[in-house]
Ligand binder design. Structure first.
Ligand code: DAH
Length: 359
């Protein structure tokens, strides 16, 4: 066979193959074209390769070179077609998803009402210049009681009124009722002297802040507190408090009352809420008051407040002759309940979506 004929046949084959691959519209047509041109047994390229044997011997190198060029071109056309179809499959899948189609209603979550109340409180107190700080929920007796002027004999420290935690020593087998074990090292002894409990009040954070910062101080702290109360409409074994502390020179009870009144009026609206102060007692404030807000024709207790007791100031190394301050601790749930007209605190923690989704 003359070289010119062989080359002409190959050119025709290349054209036809390229056209075929360029025009296939789906995977089945592509496969058909692939078998027709590059099939290993009966493909047209294979046939052309066999034609190589009939070319004059002298022309063989040129014919072989031409064959390789055509083979490469045909394979490239096949690959291009494969990529084109894969790309359009992806586009089709994308187009098949119509994001505007109305499907089942998608329920979005939102913040728990107590979390919303906390955020609003931080916002209002932030505008009054109070910085929000955090404190641990597992506390020692110094921060929960001792430094707050609540001595060991005080009934507030009763194990029945607090969630004391089992420490390593109380948990150790054989450690109870048998007297101190001789093998106990100093570390165990120290642990024994330092019982831990879930904090019963956020007043602990007052102590932690004053221990680590010199006056003046102007902070709030919001978080969970724990008391072994039986749950009823107004009690729950875990609830939240907002604690406030302001220490500076010349702070008076008038400042305390103004800040609390401003806080409540900002939260509920100026004409929406009245608050009153009743004389009371707390070990860590002197004088002390209880703070009520009007609700449903009566008064609802929000929490306690007062002027920080000099003993507390001394416990953290402040000089009560130099600085004075006020503190308050209010129930977050109470405020949240009044805001939304919720009459049972348990509803906040049953986590019934039908209830929670209303707020
Ligand atoms: N810690 C008190 C309680 O849990 C509330 C309280 C009263 C906090 C007076 C204060 C305060 O900071 O000054 O009942």
């Amino acid at each position: 066979m003359a070289l010119a004929d062989f080359v002409a046949d190959l050119d025709a084959l290349a054209d036809a193959a390229q056209q075929a691959f360029a025009s296939v519209a789906d995977a089945a047509a592509l496969e058909e074209a692939r078998v027709e041109y590059t099939g290993a047994k009966a493909g047209k390229l294979k046939a052309a390769q066999q034609g190589l044997g009939k070319v004059d011997k002298a022309d063989k190198p040129a014919a072989g070179k031409k064959f390789n060029e055509v083979k490469t071109a045909v394979e490239a056309a096949l690959e291009a077609a494969q990529q084109r179809l894969a790309g359009s499959a992806k586009t089709q899948a994308r187009e098949a998803f119509d994001p505007t189609l109305p499907g089942r209603p998608f329920r979005l979550g939102h913040l728990h009402p107590v979390t919303q109340t906390i955020a609003d409180m931080k916002d209002i107190m932030g505008r009054l210049g109070f910085t929000a700080v955090e404190g641990p929920e597992i506390e020692d007796e110094w921060h929960n009681f001792e430094a707050l002027n609540i001595p060991a004999i005080h009934p507030a420290r009763d194990p029945l009124d607090n969630f004391y935690l089992a420490t390593a020593t109380t948990l150790a087998p054989g450690s109870s009722n048998r007297g101190p074990s001789p093998a106990k090292g100093p570390a165990a002894a120290a642990r024994e002297e330092k019982p831990l409990l879930l904090r019963s009040q956020t007043s602990t954070v007052q102590i932690r802040v004053m221990e680590s910062t010199p006056p003046p101080v102007r902070i709030i702290s919001l978080g969970r507190v724990y008391r072994p109360d039986t749950a009823d409409a107004t009690h729950y074994p875990m609830f939240h408090q907002i604690e406030g502390l302001l220490i500076d020179r010349g702070v008076t009870m008038a400042d305390l009352k103004s800040v609390l009144r401003l806080f409540c009026q900002s939260y509920f609206g100026k004409d929406e809420v009245h608050i009153r102060f009743r004389p009371s007692f707390f070990p860590f404030t002197e004088p002390s008051v209880e703070v009520d807000m009007n609700w449903q024709g009566g008064w609802m207790e929000m929490g306690g407040a007062g002027m920080v007791d000099p003993n507390v100031l001394r416990a953290v190394g402040y000089d009560p002759e130099e600085v004075t301050g006020f503190a308050f601790g209010l129930g977050v749930e109470r405020v949240c309940m009044r805001q939304h007209g919720i009459t049972d605190i348990r509803a906040l923690y049953e986590n019934d979506v039908r209830f929670l989704s209303q707020f």
